[in-house]
Design a binder for this molecule. Structure first.
Ligand SMILES: [Zn+2]
Length: 390
């Protein structure tokens, strides 16, 4: 049985010294059936010296590989690694077409059909190495690039992405190119979303959920957007660095297997945060804190990014610190540190008293699920997470 090769830190360092990745042009076709979608990736990059290297991909079927106009043999794909042999120094263009599988595990491109109304939604979760389930990539956090995305979706769907999206007609969408970002931060969410849109500081802001939750999102839209605007303004005061992306969308997505994910310009949250019944103010405070935490990552995590995963502790700890602090400073939840002291601090004690993590970098939840009774879909155990990360 094939076991996907996990990139080691040494391999990542070697590849980062070799490559300068400029731009990914990615075209996804989401209209080809329930099981798979089509994925075309064009990667423009430079090699600093002549060397062998590889690009990662986990396709259902690898259709073609063209490097600088020359066909390579798709049969050379070994697990998730496609070798690029005898690469010469200088500029290159790699063009890969493949059919990719939708997932039902929250990894890569998750596909969900709502039992309430039969509507279908897809969204990505690329952390840590799941971009390879969606398109071909030199998949490590320090090989940042510009991502230019286009999507063909069923008619009636809305496509959200890191950059502002535009509908060209007949289900064809493009997203504005991103600034330099890491592969694990690319995001797409597509479906017949219910959206509440506004503008703040001349940037489009939106919140989105599946249609069947629309009344519940609408009921809380003012509160969610108030928290969003207040935190956004407070971060500008604190960081003195303009928000680095062109829009701020927050999508509450179904069957998300973590709590939330800080994709630049398109934060995803588990849709248990769209409350469907009366909740306590503590739960509303938790949601506000998660909004603030993810927004902190726009600067610390997304604009400035860890070189390798061993610095995730700093990425998450700082977002957590900023999240609680900014919630207390800028929103009506002025005593958010009490929750931290009662709940989150104990997770820290638990983590520091536990054995060190195993060497395997396989996934842990990016963010633990909310501790509300509405959280039923998560595979994460109820015990405090081993990782203190949110
Ligand atoms: Zn975080």
């Amino acid at each position: 049985m094939a076991c996907m090769s996990v990139l080691t830190r040494d391999e990542a360092q070697t590849r980062a010294q070799l490559l300068d990745v400029h731009r990914y042009t990615v075209a996804l076709d989401l209209t080809t059936g329930d099981e798979t979608f089509e994925s075309l990736t064009v990667i423009r990059f430079a090699a600093r010296t002549g060397a062998d290297t590889f690009v990662e991909l986990k396709p259902a079927e690898l259709r073609s590989v063209v490097l600088d106009g020359e066909n390579l043999d798709p049969g050379t794909l070994d697990d998730n690694r496609l070798p690029l042999k005898n690469l010469t120094a200088g500029e290159h263009e790699l063009r890969i077409t493949a059919s990719m599988r939708y997932s039902r595990t929250g990894e890569g491109m998750h596909r969900f059909t709502d039992p309430a109304d039969g509507e279908t939604y897809v969204y990505t979760q690329m952390f840590m190495d799941d971009v390879q389930r969606v398109f071909a990539a030199f998949d490590q956090p320090d090989l940042k690039a510009v991502f230019e995305l286009s999507v063909t979706a069923p008619e009636g769907w809305t496509v959200l992405a890191n950059g502002i999206t535009e509908h060209l007609g007949e289900g064809r969408w493009t997203a504005a190119p991103t600034p330099l970002i890491s592969t694990y931060l690319v995001a797409v969410a597509a479906g017949p979303w219910h959206s509440v849109r506004t503008e703040h500081r001349d940037l489009p802001f939106g919140i989105h959920c599946r249609r069947s939750l629309a009344p519940h999102l609408d009921a809380d839209a003012d509160e969610i957007l108030d928290v969003t605007r207040a935190c956004f303004d407070r971060y500008h005061e604190k960081f003195e660095e303009p928000y680095p992306f062109d829009s701020y969308d927050q999508a509450f997505v179904p069957e998300f297997n973590a709590g939330a994910m800080e994709n630049p310009g398109l934060v995803t949250f588990r849709d248990d945060f769209v409350y469907r019944s009366a909740v306590t103010d503590t739960e509303r405070q938790t949601r506000a804190m998660v909004i603030a935490h993810e927004m902190a990552h726009m600067w610390f995590g997304d604009l400035v990014t860890l070189r390798w995963w061993d610095d995730i502790w700093l990425n998450e700890s700082f977002a957590e610190y900023m999240g609680y602090q900014t919630t207390a400073e800028a929103t009506r939840f002025t005593d958010s540190w009490t929750e931290f002291g009662v709940v989150r601090k104990a997770w820290g004690y638990d983590a520091t008293s536990a054995p060190p993590p195993t060497p395997s970098p396989r996934r842990t939840s990016r963010i633990p699920p909310p501790r509300s009774s509405t959280s039923t879909a998560s595979p994460t155990p109820r015990a405090p997470p081993r990782s203190a990360s949110w």
